[in-house]
Design a protein around this ligand. Structure first.
Ligand code: FAD
Length: 497
């Protein structure tokens, strides 16, 4: 450790994780730390990661980023949620939106009132009470007063990293181009002392952020922090990504379409579309996966396919000694709910809250690891839900995932909802009640009962409530502009928000 305490922060790796971390630390800590980032153009980045969730909007705001400038630089479109194709039984569709549905009572979610409405003969789907969902399916978008439209972005994460690099360098971060050849450990303390580069240069530091992607050079390669394997719950272990020309105006949502050994994404950016197939290599080989992907894309391909292998799981200690793993080095879960960039953001904000001063505290490390792992486990349960409750049985892959035992925490959530219609957000988990309700009902779980409070309203009062809520959504959406037109105007700077 430097005589002045923890002053020298070294970021190893310059993908989305490395540059998000560097930009946030440089902007937040300013001259209080000396920040260096080492990256290797020869190694490059993973080159995928396009769909995000709403907290990224907050991250960008915290960084003081101008949204239109950011969207121009990253080819971003707005995202209101994900359209899931075929997850219930192979031929269905449902939408997981970023919005709230209807109006909750403090004691009971809106689903209880909607269920009572069904008993009274109301036939309008649950979806029609959600502004973001209805807007998405009509390809509409606008910023609304008081952030009434909850959104995220679909973006080119490589361009986002470049954009953040400019910010970070502008805020004083130093970048070194070079390949890390060796991670030097301190002979007595056993923590990381320096990175030795191919060129012979030594980069010393007090705190190191491992953003080296799946390689995890510091946290695993040097410090052996350990890895929890979750592939028995999330067996997909391969993907092929490819980009295509746009053939239609960009939709404000991502699509996740099942196939018989996994699923496929489609993410529309301003100028192109990101596509990819995620699959389990036990049930589908690479050539067949590529053929399947190429058979289900729209428009001409504009890059060569990018073949990727991964395993679901998390680094057991994401902060170990003086190394914090951020990004893929800390763990990975398939991009079904677009949570990886979010986990990067969470790790960075946590670290900023626990930034060491004189020395690294073992209590901070424990707290950080506990919070980070808790959040990953909650996301893991939510992803497993999509597979576990499927009614698809016509391939070995879908039979495996629907038969597999799942964590008790998840079984409790599913069965509680099935029996009572209730779902609870625990420990500030990322996906709130309405996300669980949308996915569970979308996948065909209809509660057997509902909260008695829904009977508090007389039948006519409930009729009026449901009609008013639905009309409000329909009226607001009818006044919204077309999404692609709005994006073009917004990014041009010619259209007011
Ligand atoms: P990388 O991009 O791999 O960066 C690693 C960095 O370390 C690079 O700069 C590299 O040069 C450097 N490096 C490595 N070794 C060395 C060395 N020896 N010397 C010097 N430098 C080195 N996330 C989402 O949020 N949404 C999505 O839709 C999404 N889709 C995905 C789809 C797939 C198939 C996969 C696999 C991931 C997806 N992700 C998604 C995750 C997302 O891609 C990553 O979380 C994100 O890109 C961060 O990656 P990273 O920076 O940790 O690693």
């Amino acid at each position: 450790m430097n005589a002045q305490g923890v002053r020298r922060v070294v970021v190893a790796g310059g993908g989305t994780a490395g540059w998000m971390a560097a930009a946030a630390i440089a902007r937040t800590m300013g001259r209080a730390v000396e920040l260096t980032l080492v990256e290797s153009e020869a190694i490059g980045t993973i080159g995928v990661g396009e769909s995000t969730i709403p907290p990224l909007v907050t991250f960008n705001r915290l960084m003081g980023i101008n949204e239109a400038e950011f969207m121009r630089a990253t080819q971003a479109t707005f995202k209101l949620g994900i359209l899931f194709d075929g997850w219930k039984d192979g031929s269905d569709q449902y939408f997981h939106s970023f919005g709230n549905t209807g109006k909750d009572h403090w004691a009971a979610g809106f689903q209880h009132f909607w269920l009572r409405g069904r008993e009274l003969g109301h036939v309008a789907p649950y979806d029609e009470y959600c502004l973001e969902l209805t807007a998405a399916l009509q390809n509409k978008f606008a910023h609304l007063p008081d952030d009434r439209m909850n959104y995220a972005y679909q973006l080119d994460s490589g361009l986002y990293a470049k954009f953040l690099r400019n910010l970070a360098e502008g805020d004083g971060a130093r970048r070194i181009e070079g390949k890390i050849a060796q991670v030097e450990l301190h002979p007595e303390r056993g923590d990381v002392a320096a990175l030795r580069l191919d060129s012979g240069e030594r980069v010393e530091g007090d705190l190191f952020l491992d953003c080296t992607g799946f390689r995890a050079l510091l946290i695993e390669g040097a410090l052996h922090a350990g890895h929890d394997d979750w592939t028995h719950y999330l067996p997909c272990d391969a993907a092929i990504a490819i980009q295509t020309e746009s053939v239609r105006p960009a939709a404000p949502y991502t699509r996740a379409m099942t196939h018989d050994a996994g699923w496929q994404w489609r993410i529309p950016l301003q100028s192109r579309v990101g596509n990819g197939i995620v699959y389990c290599s036990r049930y589908l080989d690479k050539d067949d996966a590529l053929e399947r992907l190429l058979g289900n894309i729209e428009g001409k391909t504009i890059v060569e396919p990018n073949f990727l292998r991964f395993g679901a799981g998390a680094r057991r200690r994401q902060w170990h000694r003086n190394v914090v793993a951020i990004g893929l080095s800390g763990g990975f879960m398939e991009p079904l709910e677009s949570t990886s960039i979010h986990l990067i953001q969470r790790a960075i904000l946590r670290l900023l809250r626990m930034m060491p001063l004189r020395e690294i505290s073992a209590r901070d490390i424990e707290e950080f690891n506990d919070q980070q792992m808790q959040e990953m486990l909650q996301i893991r349960d939510f992803l497993i839900l999509h597979y576990k409750v499927t009614q698809q049985r016509d391939s070995a892959f879908w039979r495996y995932v629907s038969d597999m035992p799942v964590p008790d925490t998840l079984s409790q959530k599913i069965e509680l909802f099935r029996e009572t219609g209730r779902v609870f957000r625990k420990n500030d988990e990322l996906f709130a009640e309405n996300s669980w309700v949308q996915v569970m009902m979308g996948q065909g779980i209809m509660p057997r009962a509902r909260h008695p409070i829904a009977e508090k309203l007389r039948d006519e009062e409930l009729d009026t409530l449901l009609a008013t809520l639905r009309e409000n959504v329909a009226r607001t959406v009818s006044q919204l502009p077309d999404h692609a037109t709005y994006v073009a105007r917004y990014c041009d700077g010619t259209g007011a928000r």
